[in-house]
Design a protein around this ligand. Structure first.
Ligand code: XMP
Length: 534
């Protein structure tokens, strides 16, 4: 049984970062809405509780409070931003509204030699005060400490930037220790969950395999499982893990929609059918997909068609399996590579309002339609944990540390109508770009540009421009190269790739891919652009 930390979410954009910090300290944690019941909290039996920030800036606008059980349980509590404000008010202090919003970098002075900050600092002032470099984002602030609390941190504009009641193990910060801009954030979380709350550091992916395998075996028993293998990280790791647990009781269905990257299908087959010796059915459905996409230019319609067809093809395969008895009685479980961020987002607290910019959930509703039970062995894991698990399971790091690839594949990277000939050109241009990124190292960090970017790809623009090659005039298509850096894919900066790298890419693409005579580089950040072009 793992020690558990409960994170109550008041609707901050960065609550997931809190969970990631706790997990980095090798402690298991879960995020739940701030309004869960007292009974829920008691049953969860956390060793510590963390109260998140909130998306709104004004404390007074909210009626969001921490449930009473938080204060009755007798476990350490860490309040962050809004979490600090509600802690202050609920325990008898005061919060005041302020029209002066503080946002961004701040230097915070530590006070009172609390256990939480003892020995943790970025620098000290000439008169010996420990200082932290942090990220602040707030309007309101605590103006009176609750009884029993002492000052833990301050800035000139926020005199109570941190407070503590060490007897109870209650700590709070007005700033955000969970974001990477707060340099000592990881140290602070580590101190809180491991030392103050006394959690064991037993959340380690290499060790987790045995636990996950046992759980899968218990859940599946002697039944059969099917899984839609896409070649992406999540479905690959799920497949490898389930295969480790139940071997041939798993059948993977790999639908090749014809919109994959160069040689991707063969690589997936080599790994799973070849190396892992798993049962994999490869369905070449490219004609079907391209046929249905003919003449369709609207991005959302393209997504819907691809998502819908994927479900149809997958369903047909599942039924076939059942009919020809390959899976004995046929599968009763559908495995999916759902990961924790998907669970938290779709769970949704009352405070969260998400707007749909693009419909990303490509295969929703599949289990119900197929009448299958769900098996989601990665549901508790963050992406970095899924990757670690993949490596521990023996998947090649190039597969596990791959950039994300959208479900509709090249379908949303060919602007407007999707055609086989466009896809063929794009695949080759894209492969050259990725190869160059992998082979070019940044001198300062020693890392490849593939590692230094979060997502990189080529986009096919169905417009022709004039060029000259040898003695002749060309009139060919354009590709745009896109490379971004981001930590969460919600916002992203275009990557400042070296000119020499871009030059090599454009030279090679234009020379090697007949049909493309112009290469551009996309210098738009998100927002206002999105990462994909459609
Ligand atoms: P955007 O373009 O919205 O992309 O900035 C953010 C991230 O989501 C990926 N993406 C998709 N993934 N189905 C997917 O599975 C989709 O329809 C889809 N559209 C965008 C995109 O590649 C990026 O990582």
């Amino acid at each position: 049984m793992h020690d558990k930390v409960l994170i109550l979410d008041f609707g901050s954009q960065v609550t997931q970062l809190i969970a990631r910090r706790v997990r980095e300290a090798q402690v298991y944690c879960e995020i739940h809405p701030n309004d869960v019941s007292d009974d829920f909290i008691r049953a969860f039996a956390p060793k510590a509780i963390i109260l998140s920030g909130s998306h709104a800036s004004t404390y007074e606008d909210h009626e969001l409070r921490a449930p009473q059980a938080v204060w009755d349980l007798g476990v350490p509590v860490l309040g962050i931003c809004y979490g600090m404000q509600t802690m202050a008010v609920q325990l008898g202090g005061k919060v005041e509204w302020s029209d002066h919003r503080e946002f961004g970098y701040a230097e915070v002075r530590a006070h009172g030699h609390t256990k939480l900050l003892d020995g943790i600092q970025d620098f000290s002032t000439p008169d010996g005060h420990g200082m932290l470099k942090v990220w602040m984002s707030h309007g309101d602030k605590v103006t009176a400490l609750p009884p029993g609390f002492q000052l833990m941190a301050s800035t000139p504009s926020c005199p109570i930037a941190g407070m503590a009641n060490e007897e109870k193990g209650y700590y709070a910060f007005q700033f955000h220790p969970e974001v990477t801009h707060t340099v000592q954030g990881a140290a602070v979380f580590n101190r809180f969950v491991r030392e103050i709350a006394g959690c064991k550091g037993d959340w380690i992916m290499g060790d987790y395999i045995a636990e996950a395998v046992t759980k899968i075996r218990e859940q599946v028993g002697d039944e059969e499982v099917i899984l839609g293998l896409s070649g992406g990280v999540d479905s690959s790791v799920a497949a490898a893990l389930i295969h480790r647990a139940i071997g041939d009781q798993l059948t993977c269905v790999f639908v090749d929609h014809g919109l994959l990257r160069l040689n991707e299908g063969d690589m997936v087959m080599e790994m799973f059918a070849g190396k892992l010796q798993a049962k994999v059915i490869r369905v070449d459905a490219s004609e079907l997909f391209l046929g249905q996409l003919a003449g369709v230019t609207d991005p959302e319609r393209k997504r819907k068609i691809i998502g819908g067809l994927f479900v149809d093809v997958f369903k047909a395969e599942a039924e076939k399996l059942k009919a020809n008895g390959q899976g004995n009685k046929g599968a009763t479980f559908l495995a999916q590579g759902t990961i924790y961020p998907d669970v938290v987002e779709s769970g949704g607290t009352k405070t969260k309002k998400a707007t749909t910019i693009k419909s990303h959930h490509n295969v929703g509703g599949l289990p119900e339609q197929l009448g299958l039970k769900l098996l989601e062995p990665l549901r508790e894991l963050f992406k970095d944990e899924v990757r670690e698990l993949g490596v521990a399971l023996g998947l090649p790091p190039e597969m596990v540390y791959r950039h994300p690839f959208p479900g509709p594949g090249l379908g949303v990277r060919i602007l407007g109508e999707v055609k086989q000939s466009y896809a063929d050109l794009l695949r080759r241009a894209d492969a050259i770009f990725i190869e160059e990124l992998r082979n070019t190292r940044d001198e300062a960090t020693g890392k490849s540009w593939y590692e230094l970017t979060s997502q990189a790809f080529a986009v096919f623009l169905p417009v022709k421009s004039v060029g000259v090659m040898g003695d002749g005039r060309t009139y060919d298509y354009v590709v745009a190269l896109r490379a971004v850096q981001t930590s969460d894919f919600m916002t992203a900066d275009w990557a400042e790739l070296p000119y020499s790298l871009l030059k090599r890419c454009s030279g090679r693409i234009i020379n090697e891919v007949r049909g493309i005579n112009r290469v551009t580089y996309d210098v738009s950040s998100k927002p206002p652009a999105t990462i994909e072009w459609e």
